[in-house]
Design a protein around this ligand. Structure first.
Ligand code: NAD
Ligand code: IPM
Ligand code: MN
Length: 369
């Protein structure tokens, strides 16, 4: 029986609440499928700050390297709004991406048939939507130098961040996008602002080169990021794979989540480079944050977290059947009419986090009987 080592980092806010539902899915797999998991839990974000005075310990990074995959919840807590920039809870996820070299963040926005009415867009616009946003996650304006806040001679201040992309950073994320497109509808749209930013111009040139050299069979198009935001709302089904930098990818994926009904629906996988030992570091997390406005109320939608675990099975463990099974269970539960508050619509049954988790596990049972 194969056994896998997973590092589980629930984090802050709704993180622990929705991770609890995933732990039930994990237990179900161990009891019903031919697999076992060696789970290590640890603290990150505000939870780690409270216990250890830092948002993430080096020890946790080491544990991440030693695992087959990392399952991440969310970090961030208004309680820590006053701390210095290097100590904010969010540093936990930024540092994990940076230290493990997790450069390709896959954010699939797929509309479940049952949720067509949950979207704020018209049913005809979103029905059947299935797009994949590939967001670069270790470069760009998030990490570029110089950065900081300077005090000027007159006592006023200057806040500085720098957008930087190198050829190799663009090449490797472009390859991930083209590879994915080949397994989907074979189309990539590369998104930047080459009309105002040199880093955007280089982005466009490098993606074009990689395409011509290595992926001429894939259809490539280019779009300015502002237009892309508009097109995602106007006619999102024109897209298959989108590839873009760190900041644009962050914004466009939150936008895309609403096409599916809720931010609480969107999972993600963040992949690094294949190492000499053949292993590829990877982290799986919902795209949403710690949702402090609803934390502790038992009403958060656990589906993005559950689907992130399904992505872990698919991309890190090659357990394709089990990933399909979990996605099918989620789909069936939605079809049965159960809804957390964020995806609620008329005539449906409103449930909390744990009832939704229950229903997914019960549906898994039904699917294998
Ligand atoms: P958020 O994603 O936490 O929440 C935005 C809105 O969506 C809120 O109204 C929230 O209630 C709702 N929402 C989010 N997830 C939901 C779910 N599963 N079910 C139901 N509703 C859900 O964004 P925010 O409020 O801007 O940020 C809160 C904190 O989270 C900040 O500290 C931010 O930095 C952090 N954050 C962390 C991550 C991460 O850990 N990867 C991602 C985004 C934001
Ligand atoms: C995300 C989040 C993070 C990001 C924050 C919490 C650092 O918004 O994962 O989408 O901006 O990358
Ligand atoms: Mn975000």
């Amino acid at each position: 029986k194969p056994s896998y080592k997973l590092l589980v980092l629930p984090g802050d806010g709704i993180g622990p609440e929705i991770m609890h539902e995933v732990s039930r899915v994990i237990t179900w797999l161990e009891n019903n499928r031919n697999v076992s998991f060696d789970l290590t839990y640890d603290l990150v974000g505000g939870a780690s700050l409270a216990e250890y005075g830092v948002p993430i310990r080096d020890e946790v990074i080491e544990k991440a390297w030693a695992s087959d995959a990392v399952l991440f919840g969310s970090v961030g807590d208004p309680k820590w709004g006053h701390v210095g920039f290097d100590k904010r809870p969010e540093v936990a996820i930024l540092k994990l991406r940076q230290e493990l070299g997790l450069f390709a963040n896959l954010r699939p926005a797929k509309v479940f048939d049952a949720l067509i009415d949950a979207s704020t867009l018209k049913p005809d616009v979103v029905r059947g939507l299935d797009i994949m946003i590939v967001r670069e996650t270790v470069g760009g304006i998030y990490f570029g130098e110089p950065r900081g806040i300077e005090t000027l001679e007159d006592g006023s201040k200057r806040g500085i961040n720098t957008e930087v992309y190198t050829t190799s950073e663009i090449e490797r994320v472009a390859r991930v996008a083209f590879d994915l497109a080949r397994k989907r509808s074979n189309r990539v749209c590369s998104v930047e602002k080459c009309n105002v930013m040199e880093s955007g111009l280089l982005w466009k040139e490098v993606v074009t080169d990689v395409h011509a050299r290595e992926f001429p069979d894939v259809t490539l198009s280019h779009m300015l990021a502002d237009n892309c935001a508009m097109q995602l709302v106007r006619n999102p089904r024109q897209f298959d794979v989108l590839v873009t930098g760190n900041l644009f990818g962050d914004l466009l994926s939150d936008l895309a989540s609403m096409l599916t009904g809720s931010l609480g629906m969107l999972p993600s996988a963040t992949l690094g480079a294949v190492q000499d030992n053949g292993k590829r570091p990877a982290l799986y997390e919902p795209i949403h944050g710690s949702a402090p406005d609803i934390a502790g109320q038992g009403i958060a939608n656990p589906i993005a977290q559950v689907l992130s675990f399904a992505m872990l099975l698919r991309y890190s463990l090659n357990m394709l059947d089990d990933a399909d099974l979990i996605e099918q269970a989620v789909s069936n539960v939605l079809a049965s009419g159960l809804r957390t508050a964020d995806i609620m619509s008329e005539g449906m049954a409103r449930v909390g986090t744990s009832v939704m988790g229950d229903a997914i596990v019960r549906e898994l049972d039904k699917l294998v009987k």
